[in-house]
Structures are given as C-alpha cells and as structure tokens.
Design a protein around this ligand. Structure first.
Ligand code: XUL
Ligand code: CO
Length: 441
C-alpha cells in the first residue's frame, strides 16, 4: 500500500494562482485574487471559500440509473482509519493547491460509520486527531461541521422529528459526536440541515409534534455545545423538499419564525444554499434579503440549480448575472455573519478527468470574485444606490418619517390621505435597474 501522508494525489497539478482575466491558463484564477481589497476587505476575507468534503472526496457520481464514474483510491482501502487518513491527505492536498482556507464535513464523510456508537466514536476521535495535524501543517481551517442524519436507513422517517423516540435519541448521540468533532477541530460554525426532517404524507404525520421535537432537540444540542465552550454560530440550512416531499426548514422566512418560536434566535443564523432557494421558488437574492433583514445572514452554500428541472443538481456556480445580484444583496447585508462560501457543488457524472474538480472550483471562485467586483462598482459608481434610496425618500422626512417612527395612527393616516388626494404614479424603473446591472457586467 502507498505511504499514507507522502503520496501526491493530484499529480501534475500545481498550486492554482491568480493570473488575471487575460490568462488562457485553465488552471489559474482569472478574477479571484485572494489579497485584492474590494469594498474594504480582501477577497479572501469576503468569501472564506470552503471545499465540501462530501462532494469532492466522497461523491462518486452515482445516480439512480447507474454507479459512480469516479474511483477514489481511498475507497479501496479496507481499514476504515487508513482509508480516512488517505482521504484526508487527498483533501488537504486539494484544498491547499486551490489556495482556499476552509473545508466543511459531515461526520461520516471523514470516516466510515462503525457498527456501534462506541466504534463510531472511536473512529471519529482517531481521525479528528489526524485532521488536527493536517490543519496545523497546512493552515486550512474548519468552516463548519455537521452530522449526516439522513443517509442511514434508521433515519428513513426522520432524525430529530422521527415518530420513534429511540431514533431521536440515536440522532442525539450522533449530533453530540459531530459537535465534539467540530469543536475539537476548532470549527467556526456548526450546521443543521434537516435532510429527512419533514414528511412524505400528512396522513401519518403529526406535524406540530414533530416540529416541537425538532425545536427541543436543537435547544439541547445548543446547550450541550455552549456548555463545552463552543463560541461559534449554529446554522440552519433551509430546503423546501428533497429527500422528503415537504421539509420543515422550508426557506429562510420559515426558519426565522421557527428560531424565534423556540428561543434559538440568538445562537442560530441561516446557511443559505442557492439551489435550495431555487427549489423553494425563490431567488437566492430573496433568501439573502430575508435572512439579512433579521440579522441572520450566516453562511452560503454556493452552487446552482438547473432551471428546467425540479431537483437539486448542485452544479458549480457560473451565472454571472445571478451571482452579481447575489453579491449586491451580500454587500448590502454587510457580508456573512461567521460563515463563508462553501462549494456545496459537484462535478457532473461524466466529468472524469483528474483536473475537472479544479476547473469546477476555479470557475466557482472566479464567478464569485467577478460578481463581487461588479456588484461593488454598481453600488459605489453607478446611479443604482441613489435610485434605490430615492424610492423611499418620502419616508426620510415629514409625515413619512413620522409614520416610519410609528407616530401616526389610522385616523391621522385617513386625514393625510384626504388632504393629499390621488397620489402620483411613480415608476419603479425596473428595466433601468436591470440595464445598469448589464452595463456594469
Ligand atoms: C443537501 C445539502 C447538504 C447540507 C449539509 O441538499 O445541501 O449537503 O449542506 O448537510
Ligand atoms: Co448544502
């Protein structure tokens, strides 16, 4: 067997560097220049790009119609710890070559689950010790950890929302171990994505009771981690459906309400994923604006969906117009609270060359970088910001201001309306707004 730790996995591919937009080198950044300052911060600080362990080192391209097309050498290693270490070596080599600072994981992306809780715990703590060394040697950090409480058949009826308490307890044990791993690796945040927290049929589902169980579960998880000294932020990642017909964390607005209902609003923020927004019939811009309006814009899972179908294709971002509009909301929100840009995206099943995973991440990072540059120009150099604020200028003084301050009652509104007569029509100028975006692209 090859010497674990000494092997080069992505042979022939050097560190990816910024070469500028005129470079024809497919293995170079054209726009992502980590140290370039835009809107007061370096690109590296704005984005905190992270690689998703599950897609880039576990995903084989298998789909319901056929097996995977990518063979990872570490999957051939029978011993779970040796396999996990080999995978970690590859992961850290890749992240370092990309020049990114972060990774994200599910517990059993790191190491195969054991046949008992005790065995899983032992495996996790062994690989966590190894990852500590890898982190120290490379400077790569953990953006967030999470627990995969959706793949194992035991979770087929849900994890925290399972109608069987035994499964809820099992999920609690798993989340405890994932929290322990995240804390041991100095994870900056912890994510809850309610993979099977939802239902297939209301005929057999007590929705109110299940949502309450989820609220209590999250309170207890928070209390445990805080008692252990975890200072990071918890994120909920909304998704409206898939794998369940209906998922409880439907979208940002639903999650905001849920967090307030269970007193979680001070510890939790939202991790928004582009493709999940699409599936909820929202734009990502809408989701960011909703989360930001509640001070909960925590982190982003970057990808894109396919607008002709209705499932989670997790493609790498490449749509400049879409991401520019996302970056406008991102900058207006003052960036992310604690999180970063995690590429929760996978290469296509027929992308089978070693370098394809590099092209994918380069394209994703360049799309965000280019969109950030454009959005910053739009907000600071174009007429956009003035047009935007001018739309609301009637609330900046006089009676409008008094209304905004809550100082005008309904009788007074009635009198004001009578004295004004019919309000004039003021154009929303949508086409001009859209033209400005295109002009700056
Ligand atoms: C699934 C998804 C997950 C979460 C983490 O759609 O996005 O990978 O990001 O569990
Ligand atoms: Co995600």
């Amino acid at each position: 067997m090859a010497l674990i730790g000494d092997k080069e996995y992505y042979k022939g591919i050097d560190d990816i560097k910024y070469e500028g937009k005129d470079s024809d080198n497919p293995l170079a950044f054209k726009y992502y220049n980590p140290d370039q300052v835009v809107a007061g911060k370096t690109m590296r600080e704005h984005f905190k790009f992270a690689v998703a362990y599950w897609h880039s080192f576990c995903g084989t391209g298998a789909d319901p119609f056929g097996p995977g097309t990518i063979n990872y050498s570490w999957d051939q290693i029978a011993d779970p710890i040796e396999s996990a270490k080999s995978k970690a070596d590859a992961a850290f080599e890749f992240i370092t070559k990309m020049g990114f600072d972060y990774f994200c994981f599910h517990d059993y992306d790191l190491v195969r689950e054991g046949s008992t809780i005790a065995e899983s715990e032992k495996r996790l703590s062994t690989i966590v010790e190894y990852l500590k060394e890898k982190k120290a040697a490379s400077g790569v950090k953990l953006l967030w950890g999470t627990a995969n409480c959706f793949s194992n058949p035991r979770y087929m009826n849900g994890a925290a929302t399972n109608p069987n308490f035994e499964v809820v307890a099992r999920a609690g044990a798993q989340v405890k171990m994932a929290l322990d791993a995240t804390m041991a690796l100095n994870g900056e945040n912890y994510v809850f994505w309610g993979g099977r927290e939802g239902y297939m049929s209301l005929l057999n589902t007590d929705l109110k009771r299940e949502v309450e169980h989820m609220g209590i579960f999250l309170q207890k998880a928070r209390d445990y981690a805080r008692a252990q000294g975890f200072k990071g932020t918890f994120f909920i990642e909304p998704k409206p459906a898939e794998p369940m017909k209906h998922q409880y964390d439907f979208d940002a607005a639903t999650v905001v309400g849920f967090l307030h209902q269970f007193g979680l609003q001070d510890d939790f923020k939202i991790n928004l994923e582009v493709n999940h927004a699409t599936l909820a019939n929202h734009t990502m811009q809408h989701e960011i604006a909703v989360a930001a309006s509640h001070g909960m814009m925590g982190s982003i899972d970057a990808n894109r969906g396919d607008y002709q179908n209705g499932w989670d294709t997790d493609q790498f971002p490449n749509n400049i117009t879409e991401v520019t509009e996302i970056m406008i909301e991102f900058l207006k929100a003052g960036g992310l609270q604690g999180g970063g840009i995690n590429f929760d995206a996978k290469i296509r099943r027929n992308s089978t060359d070693l370098e394809d995973i590099f092209h994918a991440h380069i394209g994703g990072a360049d799309t965000f970088a280019r969109a950030l540059l454009i959005a910053d120009k739009i907000l600071t150099k174009s007429p956009y910001s003035k047009m935007f604020t001018d739309r609301y200028s009637s609330f900046d003084s006089g009676k409008g201001k008094a209304f905004e301050n809550g100082e005008i009652n309904f009788e007074e509104l009635f009198e004001i309306a009578k004295s004004i007569g019919e309000p004039e029509l003021i154009s929303g100028k949508q086409e001009l707004f859209e033209n400005i975006i295109n002009q700056y692209i």
